[in-house]
Design a protein. Structure first.
Length: 590
């Protein structure tokens, strides 16, 4: 969602700000803007639309000393030029960009209006700008003003703030991501490291409820009126590579990185003879009476496999959608362990769950792709996925990494070494799907006109079907659902019309015959059936097969099939594959 880029120093601010926004635009947005300070004056440009539109309306300026920029994903107020960030206070003393949601903005706005403030936008952010101005004029000190505003605002914020008469660039942060970058030509700030990667070699994680300022050569971090020490982090270049190489889309590149990502997981957590997980993590899982997974979207679907893996270990386990659990938490288990799965580590609903878990003093393991993210930092234990930056909005390689990580943890808990052999076979099976992707492209061409599509499976395949349907709806805009084979007769079969595509996933000999029966029932009601089986279960009428792997890992291979299918349907329809409408990569508001 919203992306922030800012900095103070001696750099080409035009290319840093606009280039930086481009690296963040994968998060999803509907308007963009920037402000820069030159010759002591603040210049502001903003527009609804793309960063390219912002580029077109921004003059070719040089010699700016500081700047802030933003991509906005509308929450309060429609996407419009006026509602785009940066926002400014009534007397233009403050310009700022904001990521997050001010929950008490109505009450604050009413109070500010009573004090004579007028508002020009429908946003919650303008409230922060006017509050900061009011406090700054009153207290005559930017730090005191920010400190006061932090106590007044309820909700989440990461803000980059320019006071029109001050040479420093200020910031404040709660819950929403913000990182400070230190470079030789200046100091910078952004929602993540990627925009700053070319300029900085050292980063500072901004603490919750802290604030501060940067100049070209200095930085100050504050909390509750006291200066605090920085928490430095190093970001490796490969975690931040923002380059699609020869691929036409990031999604295709990321699907095809699947095998490499799984190999990298083995490299990081297996030394050739045994797993190298922190023994405390393994103990924590073994000792828990109930393993509770929390996640959203694709990560939630990965967690459903985690639940099955924990059942294999003989544990009670369940998974909840974080946006539900955050409002209806359930702490009934005697000795629970929470496993939080998040590619970005910044999903607001999951952060809310983690806060509740931590407030109750309960252990939690974060499985995330983002070192230093909020969920990573606040977990009892954190496990990194090492999948590399995932840019396409539709998650692909991160799902493969999440499920593999869960399988590896399960093997480590049960001390079975054959788990690694199975994972190596998984890599080969994914490579085989990659080599035969053209066959999937041909299948996809048959589905481009579909209004609805269904994925069905039994056992682990029913979990894969959930993720396949999510992928298809996300990027092809075809209404896609998934069902466990046996459930079809209890309702969904009523939806089948002549020509409705139904994709049957058949990977497990235990339920293969039953699923094939279900598919026949649908075929006789007019559905176009596509059977995706495995080498050993292949029937010559099937449409595609994947190589044999253990059923508990077959879901990953079937999902890779689903990722390709969705990609090619979207490609055939000429849709914006990497940035589907209305979606954001990182959902940083609840
Ligand atoms: C958004 C993304 C999905 C992702 C979900 C959870 O909806 O578009 O691809 O699965 O958020 O994100 P997380 O970063 O917590 O895994």
């Amino acid at each position: 969602m919203c992306g922030i880029v800012g900095g103070a120093g001696k750099v080409d601010f035009r290319s840093y700000l606009i280039g930086g926004l481009k690296t963040l635009d994968y998060r999803g947005y509907d308007s963009a803007g920037l402000a820069y300070r030159k010759d002591g004056k603040v210049n502001l440009f903003k527009t609804v639309g793309k960063v390219e539109d912002l580029d077109n309306i921004t003059p070719k300026f040089t010699d700016a000393t500081m700047g802030i920029a933003h991509t906005r994903w509308a929450t309060h107020g429609e996407p419009s030029d006026t509602n785009a960030h940066p926002h400014f206070s009534m007397h233009r003393k403050v310009y700022l960009v904001h990521n997050g949601v001010v929950e008490n903005f109505r009450a604050l706005r009413t109070k500010l209006k009573f004090n004579g403030y007028e508002f020009v936008t429908q946003t919650d952010t303008e409230v922060i700008a006017n509050l900061l101005e009011e406090q700054y004029l009153l207290l005559k000190d930017p730090f005191k003003a920010i400190e006061k505003v932090i106590t007044m605002v309820e909700g989440s914020f990461a803000c980059a703030i320019m006071f029109s008469d001050l040479p420093e660039l200020y910031f404040m942060k709660r819950q929403s991501p913000l990182l400070i970058g230190l470079g030789k030509d200046g100091n910078f700030m952004a929602s993540d490291a990627v925009p700053m990667m070319k300029l900085c070699d050292k980063f500072i994680e901004v603490e919750e409820d802290s604030y501060g300022c940067i100049t070209q050569n200095t930085y100050v971090l504050m909390k509750n009126g006291q200066e605090i020490q920085p928490n430095f982090v190093v970001r490796k270049a490969e975690e931040c590579t923002f380059d699609k190489g020869d691929y036409p889309h990031f999604m295709l590149k990321e699907i095809e990185e699947g095998p490499k990502v799984i190999k990298r997981l083995l490299d990081n957590y297996y030394d050739g003879t045994s797993f190298t997980f922190d023994p405390k993590i393994i103990e924590c899982i073994k000792e828990a009476d109930d393993v509770v997974f929390l996640a959203c979207g694709t990560s939630y679907y990965a967690s459903l496999l985690g639940v099955e893996f924990m059942h294999y270990l003989g544990k009670r386990s369940e998974s909840y959608i974080a946006s539900e659990w955050a409002y209806y938490p359930n702490l009934t288990a005697k000795n629970p362990l929470f496993i939080l799965i998040s590619q970005s580590g910044e999903t607001a609903d999951l952060i809310a769950c983690q806060k509740y878990i931590n407030d109750n003093g309960l252990p939690n393991i974060a499985i995330t792709n983002t070192r230093g993210s909020t969920i990573y930092r606040n977990a009892t234990f954190a496990l990194l996925l090492y999948a590399g930056l995932e840019v396409a909005v539709a998650a692909t390689k991160s799902y493969n990494a999440q499920v593999t990580m869960l399988a590896m943890l399960t093997s480590a808990c049960s001390s079975t070494e054959h788990g690694v052999r199975n994972i190596r076979k998984l890599i080969e099976a994914i490579e085989d799907v990659i080599n035969r992707k053209d066959e999937i492209h041909e299948l996809a061409k048959k589905m481009t006109q579909a209004k609805d599509a269904f994925f069905v499976g039994r056992g682990y395949d029913s979990l894969a079907a959930l993720e396949c349907a999510l992928k298809l709806k996300e990027i092809s805009y075809i209404h896609a659902e998934s069902y466990a084979g046996g459930e079809l007769k209890h309702g969904p079969i009523a939806l089948i019309e002549k020509g409705t595509p139904v994709i049957g996933l058949v990977s497990d000999s235990i339920s293969a015959a039953a699923l094939r029966n279900n598919l026949e029932e649908l075929r006789s009601r007019g559905a176009d059936i596509y059977v995706i089986s495995t080498e050993s279960l292949f029937d010559k009428k099937d449409d595609f097969y994947t190589k044999d792997v253990k059923p508990y890992l077959a879901a990953v291979v079937k999902v890779v099939f689903g990722q390709y299918l969705s990609y090619y349907v979207s490609l055939e329809k000429g849709l914006p594959i990497d940035k589907p409408r209305n979606l954001a990569k990182s959902v940083t508001v609840q």
